[in-house]
Design a protein around this ligand. Structure first.
Ligand SMILES: *Cc1c(COP(=O)(O)O)cnc(C)c1O
Length: 360
């Protein structure tokens, strides 16, 4: 086995014990077949699904007021489903603009109805999270849409406003379960699994049950949250293997001490890289404003593009893979999700120290 240090933004690193356990059960899950070739109506898969639901509810303290759904189509499908379900004539979809994914979310909502920008940090290159005291929220907002972690720019909400006067929706695709979160304070949270939760192919939705009563019943049945809620995520064939793997990631999170412990570990990991950036301001330039820095995606620039290219190439030679910034912004991005071990972060930090000694 020769696994590299994986800093990919997504699909991203999975915990090794999860891969090993899945590998052991791949051909025979214990009932004479792989879970991949087992009916989603079977007792075996029913158990896998119940386990994912129960583990998530316990681990993340999701209150009974909220339902857990496992859907497909990625977070991108949620950009469309949120307005299709809840953005009705006479209301506006209000968006807090903090990056490329917010841009894509509002663009989908614009196909459905009226939208409004509550706040935006686009002018400054999406380098910070706008203070919630500055958000402009119209009274007829159907919801306020936020993006907790901006995967491309490396910014993250440090806290959320308690009451915005409208249902609050949050795209948590790239930081869900990175820290304890009061899920009961949100009306709908969604997350494509492939960053911090599991493999690609499944999207988690946590939705307030009482809001489901307001779902637009004139849209196709498949697109309604209420359909998937009523059928316990088995209205049609769910992505059985991704759900099974997410269940294993949840077991792993629990065995590692849960979300408090994960948060502590994530803070230490991120600080190792941010401290190096701050300690060498003439060489490394962090993209995010300090009070908006992400624990999950650390973004920075080097003095020249040539040095950035050299950095990415030499990192790869050292088995540090996936540190090139997103194609839309360039620079360097290290994605250090829950499953990225401290040893990988330490290896990257030492590489950065050597790189600056040689080139600084
Ligand atoms: C990756 C990402 C998306 C897009 O996810 P898909 O599953 O590819 O649709 C949306 N929002 C955020 C914050 C992301 O990081």
């Amino acid at each position: 086995m020769n696994r590299y240090h994986n800093f990919s933004a997504g699909p991203a690193a999975l915990p090794l014990p999860v891969l090993e356990s899945a590998c052991n059960e791949f051909i025979d899950h214990g009932h004479g077949a792989s879970i991949l070739e087992t009916s989603h109506r079977s007792p075996e898969f029913t158990e896998v699904l119940a386990h994912a639901n129960e583990s998530l509810r316990a681990l993340a303290s999701i209150p009974d007021t909220h339902d857990i759904l496992w859907l497909q189509g990625g977070a991108s499908m949620q950009f469309a489903m949120v307005p299709l379900n809840f953005l009705k004539p006479g209301t506006v979809g209000t968006y807090v603009m903090t990056g490329t994914w917010s841009d894509k979310a509002i663009a989908e909502a614009n196909f459905v109805g009226d939208t409004h920008v509550a706040a935006s940090t686009k002018e400054a290159g999406y380098n910070e999270i706008p203070d919630s005291s500055t958000w402009d929220i119209p009274e007829n907002s159907a919801y306020v849409h936020t993006t907790s972690n901006n995967t491309i720019f490396g910014t993250q909400f440090q806290s959320f406003p308690k009451d915005v006067g409208a249902p609050i929706v949050c795209d948590m695709s790239s930081d869900i379960l990175c820290r304890p979160t009061d899920f009961g304070a949100f009306d709908l949270v969604y997350a494509g699994a492939q960053k911090n939760l599991g493999p690609s192919g499944v999207t988690l939705v946590i939705v307030r049950k009482s809001w489901l009563e307001e779902v637009n019943s004139s849209i196709p049945k498949f697109l309604r949250y209420s359909t998937h809620s009523e059928k316990g995520s088995t209205y049609n064939t769910p992505p059985v293997y991704p759900i099974y793997l997410v269940g294993k990631v949840l077991n792993w999170l629990k065995s590692e001490g849960g979300l408090e412990a994960m948060h502590e570990r994530n803070k230490v990991k991120a600080a190792r890289i941010y401290d190096l950036i701050d300690g060498n301001p003439s060489f490394f330039k962090g993209h995010a404003v300090k009070n908006s820095r992400s624990l999950m995606n650390v973004t920075f620039n080097l003095p020249t593009e040539d040095l950035e290219k050299q950095f990415v190439a030499e990192a790869k030679e050292e088995s540090l893979v996936g540190v090139k910034g997103h194609r839309s912004v360039g620079g360097i991005r290290a994605s250090i999700y829950n499953a990225v071990p401290s040893e990988s972060v330490e290896a990257l930090a030492q590489f950065m120290e050597h790189f600056i000694q040689k080139n600084g």
